[in-house]
Design a protein around this ligand. Structure first.
Ligand code: ZN
Length: 300
């Protein structure tokens, strides 16, 4: 396993981690400046943040600073109640692929969606199997566009508590089943002649509890492991979405999981992704970034 204790060369910041500073929205260009000042070499930005600052502007900033991306957040949300909804999702996902390519991202992260309407508090039905089949078909269709754009797609399994409203793909095993169905030839990964398309984003917040985690990481192998997201699971967790912990403050054995991932040959960034309304978004972003660096070196 790589030694992270001497530097933060393999630290990436998911920009949602500092989307607010002292409770106030922090524009992406300022996030980028703050990362660059600290020698952070990679980020993973969110679409809404990029949109607010302008795609061309962010693309230019990334290149000017020689920053890398560890992913682009995010596509997905495939299920819908009718043909128009499915088409809207398809079109939006194609745009997300194109934006990811413009930014030079190594993959587009997919949060696949759950029951249509559930995120707005109005689920249209109770048929999670239907939602899952729409996810399957949506990814299959997007894959063709992604292959043309040479943009790998990373399915992110979300903790089962989000099955209704955010993602009905809830375990690494389920995500890999999809990968095997849609991309049996394992065309993703740098070893393939046509780089791209299908793999997983492994976020330990969503997957740490899974008794099959190690076995499924081994099943994924280097080709399918496209991104590695870290934070921590707090006890108690007071908000289902926005109470993620800083690495070291919770109960996840992060080095153990990183060891499993790196045993497969994964040598990419360890991306910090923390949504924290009550704690970290209330603090100055400089303090948050400095803490990310310190914890990356000591507990990741
Ligand atoms: Zn994640």
């Amino acid at each position: 396993m790589r030694d992270f204790s001497q530097d933060h060369r393999w630290l990436s910041i998911n920009t949602a981690t500092v989307r607010k500073s002292k409770g106030v929205d922090l524009p992406l260009p300022e996030i980028i400046e703050a990362c660059v000042r600290r020698g952070i070499r990679a980020i993973s930005p969110w679409r809404d943040q990029v949109q607010a600052a302008g795609l061309a502007n962010i693309s230019r900033l990334v290149r000017t600073h020689g920053l890398e991306l560890s992913g682009y957040c995010r596509g997905g949300m495939f299920p819908a109640t009718d043909a128009a909804g499915l088409k809207a999702a398809r079109d939006d996902n194609r745009r997300a692929v194109d934006e990811a390519a413009e930014l030079g991202a190594p993959c587009l992260v997919l949060v696949v969606g759950g029951l249509p309407g559930a995120l707005q508090g109005k689920p249209a039905h109770k048929d999670i199997a239907l939602a899952r089949s729409q996810v399957h078909d949506g990814i299959a269709e997007l894959l063709e566009h992604a292959r043309q754009a040479r943009m790998p797609l990373a399915i992110e399994p979300l903790h089962p508590m989000y099955a209704a409203d955010r993602a009905c793909v809830n375990t690494l095993e389920q995500a890999l089943d999809l990968c095997d169905q849609l991309d049996p030839g394992r065309t993703a990964g740098e070893s393939a002649r046509t780089p791209a398309p299908l793999g997983v984003a492994l976020d330990i917040y969503h997957t740490w509890w899974d008794p099959k985690l190690q076995r499924q990481i081994e099943r994924a192998g280097k080709e399918r492991l496209l991104a590695f997201h870290v934070c921590d699971w707090l006890t108690p967790t007071v908000d289902l979405l926005n109470d993620r912990g800083m690495m070291g403050d919770g109960v996840i054995d992060i080095p153990r999981i990183r060891g499993w991932v790196e045993a497969q040959g994964f040598a990419g960034y360890s991306e910090v992704e923390i949504f924290s309304t009550g704690q970290w978004w209330q603090r100055p972003h400089e303090e948050v970034l400095d803490t990310c660096i310190a914890r990356h070196r000591t507990v990741v």
